[in-house]
Design a protein around this ligand. Structure first.
Ligand code: DGJ
Length: 732
């Protein structure tokens, strides 16, 4: 068993292959956190806690005159609130008597084989060959009987621990849950850096690294989506940690809505990290007997820097997160109509683009926004999921048939969570959107958000979208979401429960996805929220790939894809070659480099194929060929970031290595050309040191060690030009 309870010293130990996690039931039954890090033996580590009388750190009543026992000082696993601990807390409850107090004591625990279940929420699932063991620790406030169940599942071989929390009101009075963090860890030290991935629309997931310092540092989203601005993934690591070296702890929240991560360095140089649903705008009513389930956090520990941490997440997310059969399949090469036509198209124009794209090696044509309702711009039509016959004259089914006749599969864009005020849906049901009765609505992209906390609204979406999907031979759906939530208020909810709407929206979204995505396993669903505004594990549970960003500029994409790769597998990142000058930045980058960058993900195209020269089309054709040749390396291999966009290098390089280390693809883009520049030697990673490799197309064999230590001399190339090396093992 990967989970053990050591009865003699009341210690819980979780072991993965390379990590250990330890907790202890202390005097008076509080649960202390003792260790998380490199795998160690089953030794009780409570010797690390040296009780002292600490001024102004209170002592629980049971401790009597013992002034050395303080929950304000001891490292805890799930903090109390309102009593004894002044640090940021795991929970905040408003009890039936109006008090804000919670003191959880261990009342029981359970250890069992398999994974815990989280009702209505996406979570990792075991697959064949996995050993998964689960520990549940039940804490109870003995006065109010509010009970918290801490859930831990250990994916031993995959070096992953998942955590989640359930709160049950076992008392006799209605209470409110105002804050519940899915994970809390108290480290007994503070020599950490805090890494998170922030950004903005069309420039997502830029890496930010700051030393942990006194007080509270935090990131999060209050936008009703995980957001472009912050991603629900963070790392705590040694100050010296880099790609290959150092202790790193990853925290990845499987949730698509408001979230909050806080890191607090306390008065005694200890570090507390908390991660869960954002308490802002959250207040959940629990009547006696009712339960709340908080989303899962996936924890990984690496003793060898960020590359190893990324490999752990990539492996587990590829195999244990996404439900789509496409996760393990070669994805089709798509051409998307958005940057080619925006809203200005008819069937003829689209068919011409599709026809031209066949020659480029494209396999699937995606019709983006504008095909339905009254949708000639983004001011109207959302909610009316009926084909616009001014544009597709003979209807959707006929149009799809004609695409199929060209030898192409067909994909369609939808934005089911939204409604335009200028739509039949809004005219019929003005109360179906999130807005506060009597208060003017806030618009975003001139649209409103449907109230997914309502089952009738969810069912309308399920029926209307399923009808569209089943009306034609649709094999790909791009699921978009183009504004954030404001006025999270529902017309059908009592005032005391309006604090539940943000979370109930996400539960409604997952319910809809269960009934649309999971009931169409043959359709490839692709996530999107104005690009990467909801690039999170919750959405990856449904969508095996996500449109990474609305920014298709290859040079900006280097940064965006770099940040994304820290936790999300490359096979989840949809990336397209678009035209130059680029529509977002005006930059011109050679089409070859645009292909190299798009290949650092799921390659596709987003341009008007009728406007390409024969030469450009030939380049696309060979890009597709190359990409298909490297597909399994890219989709299933180990990923190495060879440079960081934040380093003082004039280039960006990355590498895919097959799991057996017999093959590798190295990609290099020159981002800052200088005249008469120094020679660049590209030192690769992840090869077998003693194996001899051929660099395809070049003479000679080089050992893995030589390629990793001496490197490959990169030829002189121009600004934004690129080089790829295919390394093939020849001799052991
Ligand atoms: C935002 C998406 O990210 C784009 O690719 C495109 O689908 C537009 N929405 C359409 O409105």
């Amino acid at each position: 068993m990967a989970v053990r309870y050591l009865e003699e010293n009341r210690t819980f130990v979780l072991h993965t292959k390379h990590s250990t996690y330890q907790m202890k039931v202390s005097d008076y039954d509080y649960l202390l956190h003792l260790y998380y890090g490199e795998r160690i033996e089953d030794k009780d580590l409570s010797y690390l806690i040296k009780p002292q009388d600490r001024g102004f750190s209170p002592n629980p009543n049971e401790a009597g005159n013992d002034r050395t026992f303080s929950l304000d000082v001891f490292p805890q696993e799930f903090s109390s609130d309102g009593c004894c601990d002044f640090r940021k807390s795991s929970i905040e409850v408003k009890n039936g008597d109006g008090s804000y107090a919670f003191m959880g004591k261990v009342i029981k625990h359970k250890i069992y084989k398999g994974k815990y279940a989280l009702e209505g929420l996406p979570a990792l699932f075991p697959v064949e060959g996995d050993t998964v063991d689960t520990l549940e620790i039940w804490l109870q406030d003995l006065v109010t009987k509010v009970t918290v169940v801490l859930c831990y599942s250990v994916f031993e071989e995959k070096d992953i621990i998942t955590r989640a929390v359930k709160v049950i009101n076992q008392g006799e009075k209605t209470m409110y849950l105002n804050r519940i963090m899915s994970v809390m860890i108290d480290y007994m030290e503070s020599a950490f850096d805090f890494i998170h991935f922030d950004g903005r629309h069309a420039m997502e997931r830029k890496l930010t690294r700051t030393p942990v310092s006194y007080g509270v540092q935090g990131i999060g989203s209050t936008r009703g989506a995980s957001s472009h601005q912050h991603n629900p993934f963070v790392i705590l690591c040694d100050h010296e940690a880099n790609e290959d070296y150092g202790d790193c702890y990853g925290f990845s929240l499987v949730y698509s809505g408001n979230f909050r991560c806080e890191v607090e360095k306390d008065q005694f140089d200890q570090t507390r990290i908390l991660f869960g649903i954002n308490p802002k705008g959250f207040s959940y009513q629990l009547k006696p007997g009712e339960q709340f389930t908080a989303p899962e956090v996936v924890l990984a520990y690496s003793d060898k820097g960020f590359s190893k941490l990324s490999h752990l997440y990539h492996d587990v997310y590829r195999s244990n997160l996404c439900r789509s059969p496409y996760t393990k399949m070669l994805r089709p090469i798509v051409i998307n109509s958005w940057e080619a036509t925006y809203f200005d198209f008819d069937d003829e124009k689209l068919l011409n683009i599709a026809k031209e794209s066949v020659d480029m090696g494209v396999e699937l044509f995606v019709l983006d926004d504008g095909w339905f309702g009254k949708r000639d711009n983004d001011n109207s039509g959302l909610g009316d999921w009926k084909v616009n016959t001014n544009k597709l004259r003979y209807g959707l089914t006929d149009f799809v048939n004609r695409i199929n006749q060209l030898g192409l599969r067909f994909g369609l864009w939808i934005e089911p969570e939204m409604v335009s005020e200028d739509s039949d849906l809004y005219r019929a049901h003005p109360d179906w959107c999130l807005s506060i009765n009597g208060r003017p609505v806030t618009r975003g992209r001139n649209q409103l958000v449907l109230d997914l906390s309502r089952r009738d609204v969810c069912d309308y979406i399920i029926n209307s979208i399923n009808e569209v999907i089943e009306s034609a031979n649709i094999e790909y759906i791009k699921w978009d979401m183009n504004r954030n939530i404001t006025e999270a208020w529902s017309y059908v909810t009592e005032p005391e429960k309006q604090g539940e709407i943000y979370h109930r929206y996400i539960l409604g979204l997952y319910y809809i996805l269960d009934h649309i995505v999971l009931t169409h396993p043959d359709v490839l669903f692709v996530g999107c929220a104005g690009g990467g505004g909801r690039f999170d594990p919750g959405m990856l549970y449904y969508h095996p790939q996500i449109w990474c960003s609305d920014n298709t500029d290859a040079v900006n994409r280097l940064d965006i894809q770099y940040g994304t790769s820290f936790v999300y597998p490359i096979s989840c990142i949809e990336s397209h070659v678009s035209v130059c000058p680029n529509h977002q930045t005006g930059r011109t980058v050679p089409i070859e480099t645009r292909g190299v960058v798009a290949m650092d993900g799921i390659l596709g195209y987003e341009l008007d194929a009728t406007k390409l020269t024969d030469e450009e089309k030939a380049t696309c054709r060979s890009q597709v060929k190359e990409y298909l040749k490297y597909y399994s390396l890219i989709a299933d291999g180990d990923y190495y970031r060879l440079t960081s966009p934040y380093d003082d290098t004039r280039y960006v390089a990355w590498q895919h290595v097959s799991k057996d280390k017999k093959e590798s693809l190295v990609s290099f883009v020159l981002t800052d050309k200088e005249f008469n520049e120094p020679q660049i030697y590209l030192k690769v990673k992840g090869l077998q040191a003693t194996t001899l490799y051929e660099i395809e197309g070049e003479k000679g064999l080089y050992s893995g060690k030589i390629l990793m230590k001496a490197g490959i001399p990169v030829p002189v190339i121009g600004q934004y030009e690129s080089v790829q090396y295919h390394l093939i093992a020849k001799e052991e």
